[in-house]
Every structure is written in C-alpha cells, then in structure tokens.
Ligand binder design. Structure first.
Ligand code: F6R
Length: 612
C-alpha cells in the first residue's frame, strides 16, 4: 500500500526520492507525487506510475536537498492526480503525505469547512494537513506542536511526513498503525515505509513506534516524542539486509527470482534451528514460551491470504505431530467476532510483511483477552514482530513480488519446525519417526531444486491453458491448503478466475462447473488420501474436464488419467506442501506472463495491506 520516502541532507533530494519510490513500487499503488523544498515548496504529482511522474517533472524545478515523495494506493477517492499525495494546506505552506486511513475524517472535514477551509480532493488525508495549519495559526505554535495536537484529534491509522515552508531544515514524521522507518546517515536522514529505499545509504535505522513523532532537523540529533508529549531516546538498530536482495539479479521478474530462491530461503528458515547431528529442533525466539505452548489448551493461528494458507498447513502439522488442538482464523473475522479466548490460549500471528492491519488488530484483541501471542514474520523489526510477545522470523529475505512465494514456503518450514519441537518435548512422536522427519526436512531444499528443473515443462503446459477463463484446484489433507494457495496465485497475478477446494467437496457443488473447457489442477501425490483423489480425477475425466496433476515421481495411476502430469520427488506426507506448491507458483507465473499481466505488481493489489 502507500509508500513513503523522504530525505534531508547535503545531496539533491530528487534522485534519492525517485529511486526510493521505485524501490517501494512493489507495495502497489496507482498515483505518485513528490514535494521539494528550498526557498519555495513545490509539489508535483500525477496518476499512474513513478515513471509517469518522472516524465511529468521533466524541465521543472526539482532542486532542493529536502523533500518527500509518495505512492498512493487509493482508499478514499478515485486514483487521480488531484487525490494523489502530497496535499497542500489551504495557504500552501505545509505539505503532507500519508499512508493509512483517518477514520473520523468526515467529522473533522465538516468542522474545518465551517471554519472556511476548502477541500480540493476526496481524500481523508487532506483533512489532516488543513487541521495542522489551522492549529498552527489559531494556537500560534510551531509545526511539530501543531502535528502533535492534530494527531490527538485523529482516529485511525497513519504514517505521515510533513514539510513546512517556514521550516526549510525540518522534516516531521509520525506513525500509528502504519509502518515508518528512519535511516540515519552521516549528516543526513532518510524516512521510508520500509527499509528498501534506505539500505544503499545506511544500515542504521530507527523504527518509529505507534503514536511517536520524529523531529528530523538538519545538523541536529534525531528527536522523538509521543503524541502525549513525552520525549524518547531513539533506539538505533542495524539492518542486515543487502542491496542485491532487493534487486532482480538477472531475472525478468521479482516473482520468478523469488520462486528460484526457495532452495536457499527454505534452508535459511531452518538454519541454526534444525540440528540433525544432535537430533533436535530449536527455536530461540520462543524458547521462553515453550512451556506455555506445550500447556496450551488451544493454539489459534491468525493470518490473511497466503499466510492464512500457511496457517492451515500449520494446523494439520501441529495437530498431527504434537496433538495440540489448533484453529486457523482469518484475522479480519477474528478481530470483529468476539472470540472466546483465555490465558491458556496461545495465538500465533503469521505475516510476511508484519504490517497487515487486520492481523495487527487481531493481535491487540488477543492480548487484551490475556492470551499469549507469538509471531511468525518475515520482515525483521516489523510492527507485528514488535507487537507480539515473542516470535520466530522466517528469514526468507525481502519478498518484493506482490504474490507471496518464498515467504509461504518459509512459513511452512517454520511451522514444521514448531510442530516437531512441540512433538519432541511432548513425546507425541516415536523417536524413529521424529528422526526420519528431521532427515527428510533437511533434504527439502535439494528437492525444491529438482522441481525447479521442470520449469520448461510447466511453461509448455501454461501455453496450452493461458487463455482459460476459469480453473479449479483440488487436493485433500495437506494438499488442500496447497490447492487454495495454487488458486490464489493464479487469480491474483493472471486475473483468471480460480477456486481451490478440498477434492471431496467437488461433488457438493463445483462439479457442476466441469466441462471440456475447465482445467482442473489436482494435487494427487501418492502419500495421504491418494485413492480417493484418483476417484475424483476419474469423475472430472468422465465430464471431459482437462486434468493437470501434481504427482509423485514414478506415479503410473494418475498418468493414465491426466492430460498433464508434473512429477515431484517423494517426501513425507506432511512435507508435501513445501514441494507441491512450487510447480503451482511456476504455472501461475507463466500464465500471467503469457497474458501480458504485470506479474510483480498485479492490479489493485498491495504488498502490505496496512488498512483494513
Ligand atoms: C498473496 C499475498 C497476500 C498476503 C496477505 C497477507 O500472494 O501476498 O494474500 O499473503 O495480504 O500478507 P502478510 O503475510 O504480509 O500479512
């Protein structure tokens, strides 16, 4: 969702800001804008891509060594130039960019209108900039104090950056519920929605906490205070991310690069945790909470989208391995449905970005009800990582493609480790079984490598099905979440309608859809509920549906029925999602490319969904 970048220092701000916006493009957006400040405060903005903004500013005065820039993902008001950020205050002396939603904007807007303020956009954001100016004028205070007073009147989520003509050496930034990080260089500061625009300049960062305001002044130390006016010392952290992790590295798309990174990312998610020689699993981040989990009456997993699919795999794994009851909930439903929770419950929030607004709200709710809340996050230092009592990072590395790929397999790998750790501590698994699983898990990265060699074959299958309008994905047991994930990947990047179902549910409705035009993707691996899935394949074949099957190497039964078989290496049933997902990611990728879709930035989607 909206991306923010700002700079103050000795260099020209424009190139840094534009490059920063490009780095944030992956978050999803529909318009872009920039503000530069020296003697004058200038705003340039337009609908469309960052490259459109670059074309728009050609020949204009873009000088200045303080500035801010924004990519907008429309919430209030259509994606057009007027609604794009930055927004000016009435006197055009203050400019503001915003990520989040001001929920009480309607009330504030009508109060400001009564006081003579005119609104040019349909956004909730414009309310805030007028309000700040109104406070500056009526209370005769400096901009940071006006921001503080204004934020006390605001209900909702925000990450904001403000520049004021009167203060040409100062950036004010604040956050609540939307991410914001400040990079500290030598005599210069950077502000951004995440660390990707900063890492080529500095490794020293400060993550703003909710309701904190940063006062960033040229030649001075960074100052942080809360909206209740309490000063805090900035906590400076070191980033471990490297620049080549966020570049395409020769691949045509980030998504393809990230699919190919999976042997490494799965390995990294298990590194230092899976100890084959000692026959143990360790998860340092939750060591202090192990007993709490082992004694839990229930584990409740909250997540959205792909992370929710990983949660479903987690449910099967933890119940199978450790015999602890697990429920998996969409964060957005959980947060509003008055769930029964108590102190014996352990809630696990799963999130790649660590910024998903609904998951953050679910965490808050669980905490207020006394539950222990753990996180499984990819982005280090993210809001969810900080909001939970403890957690485990997936260490998949930055995921830039909007469609989640390597983050999913890393989440599943971590959940597998968690299941194994709990099983060992609880004694729910015979030793021999436990060791067999450890060894098999260790072999997964190499097996993923083998599956990636099927890319050409999968591409050929994609050529046949690239023009379909609908598709079904079916699987049972551990392969049911894989079916859901395969269908989500296809619909989000290629805009082909795709439904995932448990294969046995087919007869309860979806079978009506099947005819000679309907491709059905079966995840029909030999372990698990194999024979029953074969019966489902027969049923689809009898109705002339086209069958693409993910099967275990050497399978003969499905081969005789399916139109296309993709063979993956054999593994233990509970580890199949780590393998079976890979060909489905490749299939979606190739179909989307052949349909000329913007694979890395699909329409309407945002990488981190920071509004509910
Ligand atoms: C799908 C996808 C989304 C995310 C969802 C949750 O490819 O990326 O469905 O999985 O928005 O995001 P996180 O994991 O960041 O909480």
């Amino acid at each position: 969702m909206c991306g923010i970048v700002a700079y103050i220092g000795p260099r020209e701000a424009y190139p840094i800001l534009i490059k920063g916006l490009h780095r944030l493009e992956y978050r999803g957006y529909d318009s872009a804008g920039i503000c530069l400040l020296n003697d004058d405060i200038r705003v340039f903005k337009c609908k469309g891509k960052v490259s459109d903004l670059e074309a728009f500013v050609e020949g204009k005065n873009i000088s200045g060594n303080i500035g801010m820039a924004h990519t907008r993902w429309a919430t209030h008001g259509e994606p057009n130039t007027i609604n794009a950020h930055p927004h000016f205050s009435q006197n055009r002396t203050i400019a503001l960019i915003h990520n989040g939603i001001i929920e009480n904007y309607a009330v504030l807007r009508s109060e400001l209108k009564n006081r003579g303020y005119q609104f040019t956009s349909d956004t909730d954001t414009e309310v805030l900039v007028h309000l700040i100016e109104d406070i500056m004028i009526s209370e005769q205070v400096a901009v940071e104090e006006a921001v503080r007073v204004a934020l006390n009147q605001v209900i909702g989520a925000y990450a904001i950056v403000i520049l004021a003509k009167e203060f040409p050496d100062k950036i004010i930034a604040a956050r609540k519920g939307s991410p914001m990080v400040i990079g500290i260089g030598k005599g210069e500061f950077f502000v951004a929605s995440d660390a990707t625009p900063l890492i080529e300049y500095t490794n020293n960062v400060v993550y703003l906490n909710d309701e904190e305001i940063a006062i960033i002044e040229r030649g001075k130390e960074l100052k942080i205070k809360t909206i209740k006016n309490q000063s805090h010392s900035p906590y400076i952290q070191k980033l471990s991310m490297s620049l080549n992790e966020i570049e395409k590295g020769g691949f045509e798309h980030f998504m393809l690069k990230e699919i190919y990174e999976q042997p490494r990312s799965i390995f990294d998610s298990m590194r230092g945790r899976l100890h084959i020689d000692q026959g143990i699993v360790t998860l340092g981040g939750i060591r202090d909470y192990e007993q709490k989990i082992l004694n839990a009456k229930r584990i409740i997993i909250v997540a959205c989208g792909t992370s929710w699919h990983a949660g479903l795999v987690g449910e099967y794994l933890i119940e199978d391995l450790a015999r602890i009851p697990v429920e998996v909930e969409y964060s957005s439903e959980f947060r509003y449905r008055n769930p029964i929770l108590n102190e014996d419950d352990v809630v696990i929030a799963i999130s790649q970005s660590g910024e998903t607004a609904d998951t953050l709200a679910a965490i808050d709710l669980a905490k207020t009800k006394g539950a222990t809340v753990l996180g499984i996050c990819n982005v280090v230092g993210s809001s969810i990582a900080r909001a939970t009592h403890a957690g485990v990072y997936t260490h998949a590395g930055p995921e830039i493609g909007v469609a989640s790929t390597k983050a999913f397999t890393a989440q599943v790998a971590v959940l597998t480790l968690l299941g194994l750790l709990l099983a060992q501590k609880k004694g729910t698994l015979p030793n021999s079984e436990f060791h067999k699983l450890l060894l098999e898990l260790d072999s997964i990265p190499a097996k993923v490598e083998q599956i990636l060699l099927l890319n050409e074959k999968i591409r050929d299958i994609a050529t046949i099905y690239k023009d379909v309008k609908n598709s079904l994905y079916l699987g049972r047991g551990y392969n049911f979440p894989v079916a859901l994930e395969g269908a989500l990947k296809l619909k989000e990047i290629s805009y082909v309608h795709a439904e995932g179902y448990p294969a046995a549910e087919m007869k309860h409705g979806p079978i009506a859809l099947i005819d000679e035009h309907m491709p059905v993707v079966f995840i029909a691996t030999r372990r698990g509920i194999y024979e029953k899935v074969i019966s489902n394949i027969e049923e689809v074949k009898a109705r002339k549906g086209k069958i693409i099957a993910i099967v275990t190497e050497g399978d003969e039964s499905v081969k005789n029925l399916a139109d296309h078989c993709i063979e993956i290496p054999d593994t233990e049933e509970m580890l199949i999602p780590l393998l079976a997902t890979i060909p489905l990611q490749l299939l979606s990728y190739h179909i989307a490319v052949m349909r000329n879709c913007n694979v890395d930035q699909p329409r309407n989607l945002a990488k981190s969904v920071t509004v509910e």
